[in-house]
Every structure is written in C-alpha cells, then in structure tokens.
Unconditional design. Sequence first.
Length: 173
Amino acid sequence: MLDNWAWSGIATLQSGVPQTYTLDNVTVIDATGSHSFSAASWSGSSWITATDASARVQVIKNTGDMQTMVIGPPPQGALGNAGRNLFRGPWLNNFDMALFKRVPLPTDRLNLEFRAEAYNVFNRTNFTTMDNRARFTIDTLNGSAVTQSNPTLGTFTAAYPKRRIQLGMRLKF
C-alpha cells in the first residue's frame, strides 16, 4: 500500500515585467468649456498614438516606486520625459504539484497509475497585467490645477487562473 508513490513539482518565482506609464489623453477645462485631446494631438505629432512608446507622461518626482511616483501631463506640443521601464509589474509566485501511485498488476505487461495533479497549489493570486494609461484633467479656471483622472491607474486588471485540481487513472499496456 505504501510502495510505488511518486511526487513531482514545479516552482515558478519570477520578477515582474518592466512597465511604462503611457499618456492616454488630456482634458483641458477653460472659459470656453471642456476640450479633450488624445495623446497624439496633445503632443503635436499626428503619427503618435496613445499606444506608442512616444506618447509619454512627464515624471515630476521619481521615487523608484510606482505608488509614490509623481507624474503629470507633458507640456502641450512636447513629448513627456518618462523613460521606458520605470517600474516592474506584478511578480509571479506559483507552485504546481503532482502525486502518483503506481499499482502493479499480475502481468508485467500491464501497469495501473493513479494521478492527482494540482496547479497553483497554494491558491495564491498572481496578477498578470495592470492599467498604466494616464489621463489628465487641467482646470485653468481654478489656477491650472492638474489631476490624474484615470481611477484605475496602477491597479491590477487580470490574474492567472485559481487553483485547479485534476484526478486521473492511466493503464499502461
């Protein structure tokens, strides 16, 4: 009963992917109303889009930590000074394990194997992506106050699957 057991596992400990803030759009509130500019029109180049690495934010204070970094819109008609890979995204910490029981049968040609496999054994939440699109509002009616208006900036947007377990039986012949 206690013979022929086997155990295997895979541990994945991986640092996060380098991330960069991108400029999505800038809204200016002035005496004539509210005007929204895409990253391309704000920077003054028709070939720049919000998904290009060129549509960058202005880093005002770089603390090396995404939560305390201070960013703002670049001056109108200019590209931002934010370089690539300002911070690292979420880390991966995952463990997959399998347990096998081989049951010898009366004939040497046949062998029965019971299997129990678990993916993400400890059911740890491993995030995959985060929102890095900055949107700004410049209110010139109230002293040119600049606010970042994307409520999900810096939050995680997706995760790897939760724990999965599968059982199986295999007959080798």
